[in-house]
Design a protein around this ligand. Structure first.
Ligand SMILES: [Zn+2]
Ligand SMILES: [Zn+2]
Length: 112
């Protein structure tokens, strides 16, 4: 059966609008400052050493679309989250269980 393209696009737009409305409703009723949460920058390095930054919302989108794995937008390699040093802007590893390092391994600055 032939479906005209216009119809398909129309259906997709309606579906997207529905999803957007649902998300908006969901976040607008959640506690806390969700705008800050979704726009918080998150830093990543992929296994090919590309550094990239996403917002928390983009991170969720990408990882949800890839079975929970964060991937590099450039080469699609798996990526791990990094800590961005406020002094030298290098992406460095978290320590322990996702804690910010107390000293930057790159520039040796003390981090609070
Ligand atoms: Zn990459
Ligand atoms: Zn540093």
């Amino acid at each position: 059966m032939e479906i005209p393209n216009g119809v398909k696009v129309g259906v997709a737009v309606v579906a997207l609008a529905g999803a957007g409305f649902f998300l908006w409703k969901h976040f607008s009723t959640a506690d806390g400052d969700d705008t800050t949460f979704t726009t918080t920058p998150r830093y990543f390095s992929c296994t090919s050493n590309h550094d990239f930054t996403t917002t928390a919302a983009e991170m969720r989108q990408i990882s949800t679309a890839n079975a929970g794995i964060m991937i590099c937008p450039e080469c699609k390699a798996p990526a791990v989250e990094k800590f961005k040093c406020p002094k030298c802007s290098k992406f460095v590893d978290f320590v322990g269980h996702g804690q910010d390092p107390t000293v930057c391994p790159s520039c040796k600055a003390k981090l609070d």
